[in-house]
Design a protein around this ligand. Sequence first.
Ligand SMILES: *Cc1c(COP(=O)(O)O)cnc(C)c1O
Length: 461
Amino acid sequence: MSNKQRALAEPFKIKMVEPLRTTTEAYRQEAIKRAGFNPFLLDSDDVFIDLLTDSGTGAMSDRQWAGMMMGDESYAGAKSWHHLQSVVKELTGMPHILPTHQGRAAERILYGILGGKGKTFLSNTHFDTTRANIEYTGAAALDLMPDAALNLELELPFKGNIDLKKLEDSIQQIRPENIGAVIMTVTNNSAGGQPVSMENMRGVREICDKYKLILVIDGCRIAENSYFIKHSEKGFENKSYEEIAREMLALGDAFVMSAKKDGMVNMGGLLCLRDDALSLKCINLLIISEGFTTYGGLSGRDMEALAIGLTEVFDPDYLHYRIRSTAYLGERLKKKGVPVVWPIGGHAVYIDAKKLYYNIPVEEFPGQVLVCDLYLKGGIRGVEVGSVMFGKYDSDKKLIPADYELVRLAIPRRVYTQSHIDYVLDIFDDILELRNKKQGMRIIYEPPALRHFTAKFEMIN
Ligand SMILES: *Cc1c(COP(=O)(O)O)cnc(C)c1O
């Protein structure tokens, strides 16, 4: 990668500012206590650097805002719809484009039709809303990562790949007629934002052809994935990011996108299909639950901004800044001695909280302790991705811990500057001083499902 020695200057300048409020540690102590030691329950106004998610939290460009003013709000056949449709058709090569209000609406429509009792979906990793929409229909969802990719520190270029042997074995075992679809998540969000190689996607396509299966690409970070392919996969050095994305999407039968990521907008989604019959079924559900075919779940201005965002995201200067600025945080944390998941993915840095707070047993949620400490010390908001999020209970109400105790720091697009990130790095000096701490947490309230959003905690003394 070039420019390694030089500071990574943001390829944009600031035209409008949104003030951030600084608070004292004493104030934050009260705020996190009121929030039941769950950063999801904090007011954003009390947060200084918000790394909770990269979903819908990005900044739009001046051109996108200008596009908002030009949005055509006609019910049917709006200009903004034609603009969006032509951009997405060119990117995907798919004839049927269905706009939805966000990614999970596209998932609910598609998997509502392909799913149902007795069906199984196979994926590199199902994102949580994907899995939820599949399981809601009564179908099952299997993740098929290669064993090597489960090692958090191993340096491999495409740790988001699916294991092709496991894929084919599973198809033979479950029988092709029982498979709802093969879903490739690109980049692989739940596996650290790690990329998928073109070679792996081609392999999946071959297997899908052999067993006549539908290949869905869940590609809300398709541009970020293209960056990794261009810089790490042989044969792609001289292709543009857009060419690489088009080549990958050409391998899919369907494309599901949460536009809140690489769509560079705050709300929106897409469902794109090749097959006429399947698209007719999906359009019926779209009209019932989202809206008419030429707007779905979006207003005209949303579609205009998305059409522009989908072209801006492939700008080489933007993508270089995007991927390298995420890596900047991860590489420097590693240099400080903070255990991070390696290599750094596209949209987030993951910290191994079990390793960092080695004295705190998993039953006392080291990841939750770390997100609270990050807030207390620096007003930084991250998210626990460990036993709070994925832990289960056995019949004796004893915790069955998650595989890992991670904390995710997701980077919103075009929002924070390098000095914000340097501030985050400084706060980790304070965090490292807490390494030997022994004080964990216990849950004092939890809902029956998706407890990480609303659970409340207390410190164990
Ligand atoms: C965000 C996301 C979704 C769901 O999209 P929403 O817009 O949040 O509904 C689906 N798949 C992946 C990989 C995602 O990252």
